[in-house]
Write a protein that binds this ligand. Sequence first.
Ligand code: NAD
Length: 352
Amino acid sequence: MVKNIAVIEGDGIGIEIIAEGVRVLKKIEEKFGHTFNLNYVEMGGCAIDKYGVALPDETLAACKAADAVLLGAVGGPKWDDPTAKVRPEQGLLGLRAGLECFANIRPAKVYKALAAASPLKDSIISDGFDIVVVRELTGGIYFGERGRDGDSAYDTEKYSVYEIERIARVAFNLAMGRKKIVHSVDKANVLESSRLWRETVAKVAKEYPEVELVNMLVDNAAMQLVRNPAQFDVMLTSNMFGDILSDEASQITGSIGMLASASTGAGTRGLYEPIHGSAPDIAGQNKANPIATILSVAMMLDISFGLKEEAATIDNAVNSVLEDNYRTIDIASEGSVVLGTQEMGKLIAERI
Ligand code: NAD
């Protein structure tokens, strides 16, 4: 298989973690006989310094022309002035919008070897925790009409049937390859937009008779996530609720350096990135955990290229390294062997 991948290192640890993601990708290329053409482009603070904008036109054009985009992280103290007109995260929002990525897919999983890192008690996490949050990314209150009116302010939550249907299908399709259960999270007891959400999701569910649909109010879902997380598999939700619940789910795993994400649109092209930021406090020190980026590569192979075996090979390699007690400093515990960013990347590539 031949695929074109746009690669954005970004700022801070972005450069170090992308190097390890690419190392693993090259190993997969070699082992399975694929060709991945990499096109490195700039975005974020580094692009602001060089071109005066966070997302240069050439970067967006290169990403649109690619089969998938692999992104490290952007931002840092140098560009953190909230009143600045040009900011690194404009690159992220512009890229997601430019690629028309309406679905954000965020797996959160507690690896057996890392169970102690979870802030939840063993008795709660012992049944396992392996969920995917599917968050609508381009609609809802973050994009609705907003404004000030005298001494009051307002934001509008608005969803169309079309927007709900397409995100629901992403969740149900994912569920078909997993435990065949979707929890759709809304606030239908109060919000009209949530009532439309619930009606529409129920209609889409009819296309997937094998998948069980459970409706859950968002306040209950936030509580159930920490009370009995094993009941969930695929959680489908709106932009704002998904923003909050995906962060809650990620914290249950206890290790931000382990979590990957995908943002996809109508076709197979997707944007793949770790959920963490550019970690300026550890940048350039060979301390960053590259696993979130390596798992983002696995998601890219699986979701955009349909290379399931290759993706599983990466997952297994990560698992085996963790089982053998190798850790980067952020997930280290007593008795573990602490590795740097590069050493961890090399070890995972070797296991492939
Ligand atoms: P952060 O995720 O960068 O860091 C939070 C903490 O987690 C830090 O202590 C950091 O050292 C640690 N951490 C993060 N990733 C790690 C990894 N792979 N390995 C080991 N430790 C890791 O969040 P922050 O400190 O709030 O933000 C720093 C900068 O990143 C800001 O400029 C922010 O705007 C930006 N940011 C970018 C993205 C993105 O590019 N998608 C996301 C969030 C934050």
